[in-house]
Design a protein around this ligand. Structure first.
Ligand code: HAM
Length: 426
């Protein structure tokens, strides 16, 4: 039926057929999170605007252009554009720094950015991410990157590329920015208008510019990490790369990878997939050792990452077993059979067997089509003939095979045959 209302541009309805893909990513991730010792956290979808101005930075693209703002009286809230700042706020506000010290947290949920929508770029999208807070150890960076790669392997994604860099501590980062500024200053008039402006306020963003001329200039910059990393940050980064080598994790050491959010320090990484086109980052993350000091009192070592679930779904192979694998569909013909089938549905559900029936009084042919559309694995047909003989007709929807079975044996038989096709539940 038509409606004059449409969902907001850049948002989308996730229909029952698509929900399975999200559920599958979540199920696999939760299993891997448990193996790595992560626990779930759920923070609010609205936060104060100031939280993001302080953490992501006023000059970041996200804060400057992409936040959905809600003003109520003197309060200004935003729909969260990302979760790291909120998780750190929750860690400090709930005294987890004092109660637990080191925590490994994961989250799954919607984020909002007022971007120009295109393939893989939405205004409401979903992050599945982790934050490990309370440690400065380089070995944690290795674990977090290895967790990201394990998740991608778990989703069945191949062909991704991990790009990695170190921005160093706050002083190093300032040095890096100054080096970039002086390397780009004399090419000022060749940069695009946006980058000419970025040279003054946010020189790192020039490295992400998609303009051909800017990319050409950036590729010839020729800055070495030894020019801006202090000895501590250099040995931290060396340790991380050696750890990744030891685990057999392939990466591209990329000095131009800087990330667009202010809170990053030391290790930063991004995971790209060539099948995604222009929006090719499936996930990204890094250390943010100064974020706690920005929004609280003192620094706390921390690192994390987030995957964009919609982009994961675009590149993950489709699952062969449908959502309704194992579903039993009951077709009853006539009123007496209908009563019998209601009891059968209740008994099957008690046994944890997914089942459904036709509530539209379709013909046998129509009901069989409905069962096939639902992806049911088995159909049980009960009509007058079956009732009189105390049997049911059992149809295997995959092979098309049909056989008669005594009603008294039906539950046991369905328990046995559906167990073989049902999806494992983690
Ligand atoms: P981010 O790079 O802004 O990082 O986002 C992470 C991922 O979210 C991106 O790589 C992309 O896959 C997905 N994503 C971002 N924007 C959109 C969009 N408009 N539509 C669809 N997908 C999108 C962060 O948000 C950091 N909080 C990650 C992090 C966690 N760093 C440390 N901990």
């Amino acid at each position: 039926m038509p409606t004059k209302f449409k969902c907001v541009r850049g948002t989308k309805d996730i229909l029952p057929d698509e929900v399975g893909a999200y559920g599958r990513i979540e199920d696999i991730s939760k299993k891997i999170f448990t193996a790595y010792g992560y626990r779930q956290i759920r923070t609010p979808i609205i936060e104060t605007r100031d939280l993001f101005m302080r953490s992501l930075g006023k000059d970041s693209e996200v804060v400057g252009k992409q936040m959905f703002t809600i003003e109520r009286g003197d309060d200004v809230f935003v729909l969260r554009p990302e979760a790291t700042a909120g998780v750190m706020r929750a860690y400090l506000e709930n005294n987890l720094d004092k109660k637990e010290g080191f925590v490994k947290l994961y989250y799954i949920g919607p984020m909002f950015r007022a971007e120009r929508p295109q393939k893989g770029r939405l205004r409401q999208f979903h992050h599945i991410g982790v934050e490990a807070i309370g440690s400065n150890e380089a070995s944690l960076d290795i674990e977090v990157i290895s967790l990201a790669c394990s998740m991608l392997a778990g989703f069945g994604i191949i062909g991704f590329v991990v790009k990695i860099n170190s921005l160093g501590c706050r002083d190093d980062k300032n040095k890096f920015a100054a080096l970039l500024r002086s390397a780009l200053q004399d090419k000022h008039d060749k940069l695009c208008a946006d980058c000419a402006e970025r040279l003054k306020h946010n020189v790192f963003r020039i490295l992400d510019c998609k303009n051909d001329e800017c990319r050409k200039i950036v590729s010839g910059i020729g800055i070495a990490r030894s020019q801006y990393l202090c000895a501590d940050c250099m040995s931290h980064f060396d340790f991380v790369l050696e750890g990744l080598d030891a685990l057999g994790i392939k990466y591209q050491d990329t000095i131009t990878l800087v990330r667009g959010l202010d809170y990053y320090t030391k290790t930063v990484f991004e995971i790209m997939h060539p099948d995604l086109g222009s929006q090719d980052a499936i996930g990204a993350g890094g250390r943010y050792d100064n974020l706690a000091a920005e929004i609280g009192e003192s620094p706390v070592g921390a690192i994390g990452f987030a995957f964009g679930m919609e982009r994961i779904i675009l590149v993950a192979p489709e699952e062969k077993t449908g959502d309704n694998a194992g579903l039993v569909y009951i077709i009853s013909l006539g009123q007496a059979a209908e009563k019998k089938s209601l009891k059968l549905l209740a008994d099957l559900r008690k046994e944890d067997i997914g089942c459904d029936t036709d509530y539209s009084r379709r013909s046998l042919k129509g009901a069989l089509r409905a069962a096939a559309d639902l992806g049911a694995s088995y159909v049980v047909i009960i009509g007058d003939n079956e009732l009189n003989k105390g049997i049911a007709t059992l149809k295997d929807m995959e092979s098309g095979e049909q056989r008669e079975i005594k009603q008294g044996h039906l539950i046991e038989e369905l328990k046995y045959i559906t167990a073989r096709v049902r999806k494992p539940v983690w």
